[in-house]
Structure formats: C-alpha cells, structure tokens
Design a protein around this ligand. Structure first.
Ligand SMILES: Nc1ncnc2c1ncn2[C@@H]1O[C@H](COP(=O)(O)OP(=O)(O)OP(=O)(O)O)[C@@H](O)[C@H]1O
Length: 245
C-alpha cells in the first residue's frame, strides 16, 4: 500500500532522513520506534506532504506522492494524527471531530453526519461529552478525539505520532486496544510512531527501528520483541539482568 524508497529529507542543512526504505501492507499495523531526534516526526511530515524530500520516492497505492500537496495527500486517504494531539482547546468535542471532514462537509453533509455517528459508536465515551471544550478533556480523552477526528477523514492509512505521549500506562493500553480495534472494524492501515516500544510492538504486525535517520532493524514485530538489541536498548532490560531473573 505504501512504499518509501531511498528517502532523504533535510531541515535546512540538517540531513535528517538518510535513505529510508520500508513498505507497509494494506490492513496492517506498522510500528516505527526510535529515540528522540531519530527523525520519526520528520518522516511522517514528509509522507504527509508537510516537508519536501530532497530525493527518493513515496508511492501510495501505486501512485507517487513524494512531492504532493498536503490537501491532495489527505484526499488520497492519508491522515496524520499529530504529536501532542493538537486538539482545539476552545472548540467543543463535536466541532473538533467535524474538523476532520471539513473538506467534505459543505458538499456532503449527510454522509459526514453518518460518519460522525459511526465514530461516536466507536468511541461511546465521547457521546457523553460532545459539548465540552477540547481543553477540558483528559489526555486520554483528547487522544480519542484526535483519533476520532482522523477517522472522520475516512483514511485508508492513518499515521499516528506518539499517541501514548504523557499518558498513564492503563490509558496507553486503552489507546493501543483502540488502534487494534480500528484496524479490525474499519480495515484502516496504521503507521504508528512510538517511543513506548513495548506497547507498539505488542500490537504491530511489522516494525522497524529508526536510529539517527536510518532504519537499523526491520521485521516482524513479534521477532523484534525478542531481539536482544531491542531488549537492551529500548525495553530497558539488559541480558545480564534477564539471566538473573
Ligand atoms: N521544522 C524543523 N526545522 C529544523 N529542524 C527540525 C525541524 N523538525 C525537526 N528538526 C530536527 O530534525 C531532527 C529530527 O527531529 P524529529 O522531530 O523528526 O525526530 P523524532 O524522532 O520525531 O524525535 P521526537 O521523538 O523527539 O519528536 C532533530 O534534530 C530536530 O531538531
């Protein structure tokens, strides 16, 4: 569904993405993990059309989108749920959700309202707080609104930038379950960027590790969970400690 090949992106003189290659299959959850500054958000921004790559290609459903405009990429079915949710504090939950389909609202209000009902069925908790300003929600509720807003765009590929950021472990579990359920219910393909390596690998089908702009490990998520280097570097358990257990 998505093929990224030999992608190089710069921020000014800073060479951030250094020849990235990976593929995502339709209907899967693909997790990308890596430490701060590895280039994860830059990668999502490049796919979403916010940053232009210096070279390389991004092909989505057999069509090259490498240098496409943001609106066109959204229309093709790619949505980005950004880091720190970026919910509008002063807008109600309902308006925050409807913003996800603003490009269809004028001409297709009926189908937008049907999608809205579907999103509320998926997030029944949000039904009880539709008039509440986004700024008064908890972090977990805001994340639900951010994902719900993404769903309102009826994406084929949803990209999420660190949805677990700042959330308590139990809420992280809820959010990961929501992503799994979303894949099942709507068939959405998911590209999940996470620093919470364990949570991401537990729900993903395939995954990779991004380190200083390069993909250093790639494979089945279940294999990566067992990988010694990942356990040592990202799961915080050294081999020595594990042998003691
Ligand atoms: N808009 C920008 N302009 C200039 N430099 C940027 C910009 N965005 C990111 N950078 C730099 O590019 C590098 C990669 O940042 P990026 O945010 O993509 O990494 P990340 O893996 O998402 O990190 P984090 O998990 O901390 O968000 C960093 O050195 C960062 O300072």
């Amino acid at each position: 569904m998505l093929v990224v090949d030999n992608l190089h992106t710069y921020h000014g003189y800073l060479h951030v993405l250094k020849g990235i290659h990976f593929e995502i299959k339709k209907g899967e959850i693909f997790a990308m993990v890596g430490s701060n500054g590895a280039g994860k958000s830059t990668l999502l921004g490049t796919i979403a059309g916010i940053y232009k790559p210096r070279s390389g290609t991004i092909v989505f459903e057999n069509e090259e989108i490498s240098y496409g405009k943001v609106e066109k990429i959204v229309e093709k079915g790619i949505c980005l749920v950004p880091e720190r949710r970026q919910i509008f504090d002063d807008l109600s939950v309902k308006d925050n959700l409807l913003l996800g389909s603003y490009h269809r609202y004028k001409n297709d209000k009926k189908s937008v309202m049907e999608d809205f009902e579907q999103v509320l069925d998926f997030f029944p908790k949000l039904k009880t707080m539709l008039d509440r300003p986004g700024g008064l929600l908890s972090g977990g509720e805001q994340q639900m609104v951010a994902i719900g807003r993404g769903l309102m765009a009826k994406p084929k590929l949803m990209m999420l930038d660190e949805p677990s950021l700042g959330l308590a472990p139990l809420i992280v579990k809820d959010i990961m379950n929501i992503l799994k359920q979303m894949k099942k219910t709507f068939g959405t393909t998911i590209l999940l960027i996470e620093q919470n390596v364990k949570a991401a690998l537990q729900i993903a089908d395939h995954a990779c590790v991004l380190d200083r702009g390069e993909i250093v490990i790639q494979g089945k998520a279940s294999d990566l969970l067992e990988d010694e280097k990942i356990k040592d570097t990202y799961l915080g358990i050294s081999k020595k400690e594990r042998l003691k257990l």
